[in-house]
Design a protein around this ligand. Structure first.
Ligand code: MF3
Ligand code: CO
Length: 257
């Protein structure tokens, strides 16, 4: 069953998502050559406090594992759930995925974006464009009466002309009282699959796209997923509200400062 949020729950979702987006925006502006990912995560912690949100990542449990950082910071070949480290110093030409997941008054907003560190190769810029384009193609399908598969299929079709890999080991998800609710939203597959969407559903749509084949390995830390061929991957994510009308992106920042 996919949870449908009430008007008051949606109001709280809006608040959590606006904070998540504002923190993401501000944190992405701190990305620069010479910055290490531990300091970036600490800045994320500070921004979360300043904006009135709590990290939904810090202390997140998966089995026996507990996530130790405030944001997920994934560099180059790292796909998702990277942990900030003092020794990981960003260099010109890198890309980094900044993933900010915020809890406010019992509801969660989730968003992510891959940004360049200084000037990047054209091939990598194309990866970022493809992934962002795929996200918006998916969002466009987050409409009442559509099936979850409409989103999956649209993402897959948007990536196809680029020839990049679609990561299958991680999927988008419903989001609300918990970070991962029903449904799972794969970034590939047929249109006629999955439950039908209804107004009041809130979905985190998040394509993860690789330059090479979508084979995934886990790092020693037990959290960081990376591409088996160590080529770059990108990840864009928004939390979206299904309405009677157009899909509404909830993770839009407070203002462009
Ligand atoms: N946006 C990420 C996700 O949906 C947030 C993960 S937090 C972590 O998986 F603690 F699991 F890393
Ligand atoms: Co997510």
């Amino acid at each position: 069953m996919i949870p449908v949020k009430s008007a008051t729950e949606i109001a709280t979702m809006r608040k959590a998502c606006r904070i998540a987006a504002t923190v993401l925006d501000r944190l992405c502006r701190c990305v620069a050559p010479g910055v290490n990912t531990y300091d970036l995560d600490q800045e994320g912690k500070r921004l979360l406090a300043e904006c009135g949100g709590r990290s939904a990542c810090y202390g997140y449990r998966a089995g026996a594992k507990v996530f130790p950082a405030y944001t997920c910071l994934s560099v180059n070949e790292e796909i998702v759930h990277g942990i900030g480290q003092l020794q990981r110093v960003l260099r010109e030409g890198d890309i980094i995925t900044v993933d900010v997941c915020v809890e406010v008054d019992g509801f969660i907003g989730d968003n992510a974006r891959t940004v360049p560190v200084g000037a990047i190769p054209e091939s990598t810029a194309k990866l970022l464009r493809a992934t962002e384009t795929a996200l918006y193609a998916g969002i466009e399908q987050a409409r009442s009466r559509h099936r979850v598969g409409f989103i999956s299929h649209a993402v897959e079709q948007a990536v196809r002309p680029y020839g990049f890999g679609i990561i299958r080991d991680f999927v988008g998800h419903g989001v609300g009282r918990t970070m991962h609710e029903a449904p799972q939203i794969p970034n590939f597959g047929p249109r006629n699959r999955g439950d039908r969407l209804r107004p009041g559903m809130t979905l985190a749509i998040e394509p993860m796209i690789s330059v090479g084949p979508p084979r995934v390995e886990m790092a020693e830390d037990g959290w960081t997923a990376l591409t088996a061929d160590r080529q770059p991957s990108a990840h864009f994510e928004h939390t979206v509200l299904v309405t009677d009308d157009e899909p509404e992106i909830l993770t839009l920042a407070e203002r462009a400062t």
